[in-house]
Design a protein around this ligand. Structure first.
Ligand SMILES: [Fe+2]
Length: 316
């Protein structure tokens, strides 16, 4: 796959630098300089996160402020990365910003930054679980929720998002807002084209058969929908996937065994890799050609991790 990758130079174009991730060169690591961050913080200081929640157009204004600081090189790079199947993912971090205080002010800033990024590449869908264009949620040592999202001590299996909703979910943005007493819990990624058994499942008679998908109560999504796992092809005729083990509702033995074997194959695949996200860092993936998951944590009574997610569609 490396031969097909675009050559990305490890230079600082305008206010940011780019380098491929060590464990998998598809993932692009984008680092904003502290000058860019300070200028962005100043440019958007008049708008608290609440203003962005109340006035959707401000989210685009925030995105434009950041892109303008980089001479619009950032937007160009991020969009090209997301549209290129061979990459389709970036991790975005920033150098220290001395003028931004730790704590809730830093979190406010991080929410604004991820808002800018999501609106540079597209538009976030309404998050029914949280009731806003983004969701903030906390993983604790004890959890009684009805899905594996917030359960710390087990690996969250590789999956795509947006399997049980009618809206397109072209991208998923995951951002770390806070963390304490954490050991383990890396994000896990597998590109569909790196999945060793892709052909076995893509050329299977069930690959294009509709499956029923529903969600547990906490997701606040009442309706069920139907779509195949391999629901469409991209512009080059390569498969786009929508799979998650928990929310598929097989209606007969053939569907059940196809889904079961797919889950086993994905969990047994060795081509996945882990990504550790420091606080403030975000991971953005093209949701239909990347599967994502999360490794398990080591138990600790005061374990805590706060995350933000945005899921949306491309607008270009
Ligand atoms: Fe997910």
């Amino acid at each position: 796959m490396t031969a097909q990758l675009r050559e990305v130079e490890s230079t600082a174009p305008q206010g940011f630098s780019v380098a491929p991730y060590a464990a998998n060169k598809r993932l692009q690591v984008v680092t904003l300089t502290s000058e860019t961050i300070s200028a962005f913080d100043k440019a958007i200081a008049e708008w608290p996160v609440q203003a962005l929640e109340y006035k959707p157009f401000l989210r685009y204004a925030v995105a434009d402020k950041l892109d303008a600081i980089t001479g619009y090189a950032l937007g160009k790079f991020l969009n090209e990365t997301m549209q290129d199947r061979d990459t389709g993912a970036f991790m975005l971090q920033y150098e220290g910003a001395p003028d931004i205080e730790a704590g809730e002010l830093r979190t406010e800033f991080d929410v604004k930054l991820s808002t800018a990024i999501s609106h540079i590449i597209g538009m976030p869908n309404h998050d029914a679980m949280y009731g806003k264009y983004y969701a903030r949620f906390t993983v604790l040592n004890d959890d009684n929720s009805d899905s594996y999202l917030r359960q710390a001590h087990r690996r969250m299996e590789l999956h795509n998002d947006g399997t049980y909703v009618n809206e397109r979910t072209d991208f998923v943005l995951m951002q770390k807002l806070g963390e304490a007493h954490m050991e383990g819990g890396d994000s896990l990624l597998l590109h569909v084209d790196d999945w060793a058994e892709l052909d076995r499942f893509y050329h299977h008679p069930m690959a294009k058969q509709d499956i029923v998908w529903g969600a547990p109560k906490s997701k606040n999504v009442e309706t069920k929908i139907e779509h195949p796992i391999f629901f469409e092809e991209d512009k080059n005729g390569k498969p786009h996937m929508l799979f998650i083990d928990q929310f598929a509702e097989p209606q007969n033995m053939a569907e059940g065994l196809y889904l079961y074997e797919m889950g086993e194959s994905l969990e047994g695949d060795e081509n996945f890799f882990g990504v550790r996200l420091p606080v403030g860092t975000m991971l953005v993936v093209q949701n239909h050609c990347w599967l994502h998951g999360r490794d398990k944590f080591v138990a600790h009574p005061q374990l805590s991790r706060e995350l933000l997610r945005q899921r949306g569609h491309f607008t270009k």
